[in-house]
Design a protein around this ligand. Structure first.
Ligand code: MAN
Length: 353
């Protein structure tokens, strides 16, 4: 595969983002949703900020306080045996199996704007900020889908009651309307298709099941983008391959003359994240026609292998122009990068079902 990583990579790094919270540091500007608006390319960045601990031995966990309307911190002693700090992303309570107790950083969505798609200016203020009880641990990994002149933004809403997927919409990327949770917990990686197919909206989604089943890609339909039904299992994990442990929708599906091309992420048991593609039927996206044998992008560059959580390429948006697919992606849960892929080569690498 003739992949061209931009020579300006990484395009946006934590150093380019001024912390919004006093006493915090920006540790990630990554997993951005992509929009083309007013002649510019916008990244809707997931910005992760971490409170700076006052002294060694103390860990601060950021939590949005609904009553105060602001982010506060919970103080935990680093030698507290009830907690496991080994994953840099989360603080686990070892006495329960109820998932993680806290995240180590809090994420919100901030816009970076560019006229050439390579040099970005980051807005001073957040665009979407945690609000309400389903977002107290932050909002993450947005995908932006333009339908008519409205841009729909779907993102993970994280809180102690689970990870669901919320929706907001905007027409100007200055203000946004909120539409609540469109998928309940635990779910992630929701991607809305850019147009109706046979009179219905479609979305990819990724339930994170805890009893039986595995983290795989599903598809659902809706009359109005708010109410989703007719759920179908779309694609599963593939043992021994690069997508053997976890998969989820990535970029907004691209319409091609062979069907819908959905760039998705796949991870192994040891958390190595790659990007690949699914080709879905043009008239019935719940039918998989073909799927990448090998990844279309793997973590190879230094900024993809090393970072806050290394060995990760994770795309939430791509722009197609002729044979060129400009795939923007989060690298190592730290920064943003872009790679140009050839649509023809992606198609040649597919195995038909
Ligand atoms: C995982 C990772 C983190 C994320 C949490 C909550 O641990 O994807 O980056 O913050 O889930 O969504």
């Amino acid at each position: 595969m003739n992949t061209v990583r931009y020579e300006q990579n990484p395009l946006v790094t934590p150093q380019d983002v001024k912390p919004y919270h006093e006493g915090y540091e920006v540790i990630g500007a990554f997993n951005a949703g992509i929009a083309v608006y007013g002649g510019e390319i916008l990244m809707l960045l997931r910005v992760a900020e971490r409170p700076i601990a006052p002294e060694p031995g103390i860990v601060l966990a950021p939590v949005y306080d609904e009553a105060a309307g602001a982010v506060g911190v919970t103080e935990i002693r680093a030698d507290d045996a009830r907690y496991d700090f080994s994953d840099p992303r989360v603080i686990r309570n070892v006495s329960t199996d109820a998932g993680f107790a806290y995240l180590t950083s809090i994420s919100y969505i901030r816009i970076a704007r560019s006229t050439d798609g390579r040099h970005f200016r980051v807005d001073d203020e957040p665009f979407l900020y945690p609000a309400g009880r389903f977002e107290t641990f932050g909002i993450e990994d947005p995908r932006v889908t333009q339908i008519g002149d409205t841009y729909y933004i779907v993102f993970s809403a994280v809180s102690p009651v689970g990870i669901g997927v919320a929706m907001a919409s905007t027409r100007d990327f200055r203000s946004a309307a909120r539409h609540g949770l469109i998928f309940g917990p635990d779910n992630k990686d929701v991607v809305l298709f850019p147009e109706k197919v046979n009179g219905k909206y479609y979305a990819l989604h990724r339930p994170t099941v805890r009893s039986v089943g595995r983290p795989e890609i599903w598809i659902a339909e809706s009359p109005d983008l708010l109410h989703w039904g007719n759920h179908k299992h779309l694609a599963g994990l593939r043992e021994g391959m690069w997508d053997s442990a976890r998969i989820g929708g990535g970029a907004v599906p691209l319409r091609t003359d062979k069907g819908w091309l959905a760039l998705y992420h796949g991870a192994t048991e040891d958390h190595r994240y790659c990007m690949g593609a699914l080709l879905l039927d043009a008239d019935d996206p719940s039918k998989v026609i073909a799927r990448s044998a090998a990844p279309v992008l793997e973590p190879e560059a230094d900024y993809e292998r090393n970072g806050f959580f290394g060995g990760v390429v994770f795309s939430c948006g791509a722009i197609a122009r002729g044979d060129k697919v400009k795939m923007y992606y989060g690298a190592a849960d730290t920064s943003m990068a872009c790679a140009e892929l050839s649509l023809g080569e992606i198609m040649e690498g597919l195995v038909y079902e």
